[in-house]
Design a protein around this ligand. Sequence first.
Ligand code: TYD
Length: 133
Amino acid sequence: MEIQLVEIPKIVNAQGNIGVIEKDVIPFDIKRVYYLYDVPSSAKRGGHAHKNLQQLLVPLSGSFDVILKNGTDEITITLNKPDKGLLINNHIWRELNNFSSGAVCMVLASGIYDEDDYIRNYKDYLKYIKDKK
Ligand code: TYD
């Protein structure tokens, strides 16, 4: 499975950096921005795939692990650099865990919130991607 890391352009300054995400940085139009924060270190988030939604995850602060599955392969990526985002396409199962204290995960999403776009059961997910082939 391909890991799609996005280098976020930055303006570097000894007084602090600026990360800038403009529309040509990611392959979709942003319809929603949300962020995870105050996540306990024992928390397991995600545990779903999307039918259509595409997302870019950016670790604004701290670190966390993202496990990606496509029904065949599985990879774990640690996100811990605010200038490296992870693109997650639709039809990819994701789980997030191992959040450090103070970690903030910003998510840029291609669509508004829609519960019908979620596949929250892993068996349903495997069937969904098999039927799509
Ligand atoms: P969910 O996407 O399952 O969280 P995560 O993948 O980070 O573990 O969302 C958790 C709950 O929050 C779920 O009941 C749906 C709700 N929610 C919204 O109402 N709007 C949103 O934009 C998001 C992301 C979640």
